[in-house]
Design a protein. Sequence first.
Length: 423
Amino acid sequence: MAQAVLKSEKKGEDQVVQPEVNIGTLGHVDNGKSTLVQALTGVWTARHSEELRRGITIRIGYADAFIYKCPKCRAPNNYTTRTRCPNCGSETKFRRAVSFVDCPGHHSLMVTMLSGSALMDGALFVLASNVTCPQAQDREHLLAAESVGIKNLVVVQNKIDVISKERAIENYKEIQTFVKGTIAEDAPIVPISAQHGTNVDILLRDIEEYIPTPKRDFTASPRMYVLRSFDVNKPGTELDGLLGGVIGGSVVQGSFRIGDEVEIRPGISVQEGGKTRYERLVTTVRSLSVSRGPVQEARSGGLVGMGTDLDPSLSKSDGLVGSVVGKVDTLPETLGKITLDVKLFEKVVGTELAVPVEKIRTNEALVLNLGTAVTSGMVSSAREDLVDINLRKPACAEPGAKVAISRRIADSWRLIGFGSLKV
């Protein structure tokens, strides 16, 4: 496994490298996404007890990889995640650090996957070669990626170790047919065995070539989308040893530094006169860290943990997931009612039957994804392409933000389209 501490060229001092791009893993539940991330990072992202028991990803997982290139070996076998080349033993040159956002593939967890997609700069679209392509959630994930604006993809043909050569070729053709006319049409298709690490070097090369680091505006007012939150204190910790709540996510613009005073919206619910309102939280950044160590500044790109002065009871068990963090008095208002300009799909994706998508109706209940936030709402007015929705839990979002819309169909919430937030 590569080290995240590199020598600074300016001072010759050690520095912790912050990942600069978020790469998602998309695809059906049994396609081996978490195994692939483990092959690339050495980290098994499923940590929750229920995930370990069932063998599937339930919550958003995350892990970082550090990509190196051997100056002596020939392409494409000169890419690795090690500081020394596994082929010739030469010292490798650091290329880039990346964060992987491992999303659940099960249809019942589609809204969770959409929360993770809000942070993705590109994605690995993972398909299993031992089953017919596509599987139900393959279509759903690809359409979701296209709808949220993910353009940079690498297609991964996984599990080639359990099939014959003839089946591998047949499946490769199935994949080509499936992605034709989609955002993945021109993406490379890399046959691999994540279980055995076969062709991981080729995959790393294609990640470097097809998923570039986007241009960042480090001068913009900082924004962080919260993907996880924790209480890191062990049971029985003395009062004077308690640490404040920790939030994890991705800085989507600008940068945060230790000592910054920040606000978190929508914040916490407060009961007042029999009604519930949400009150923002204001705190100070006490620590910033990436996967291998602390940093003084967290910039746009990659996943970061932020230690705060918050009461840890507020952040425990992902209590602040879906929130937005920014400098005090710079965030948009918390919205309890929104208007969306909607674009519905022709057919419901993720179902075996071709179910047409009907227009949204007044008094219909919907589930919405805004950034990393998941909330439900009741339609108060539906007219042509404009829909007014009263949110059960308010959200903090900029005008023009993309919103995923899901409707209850049979026993699951199914993605039926997207909307953009009107001013």
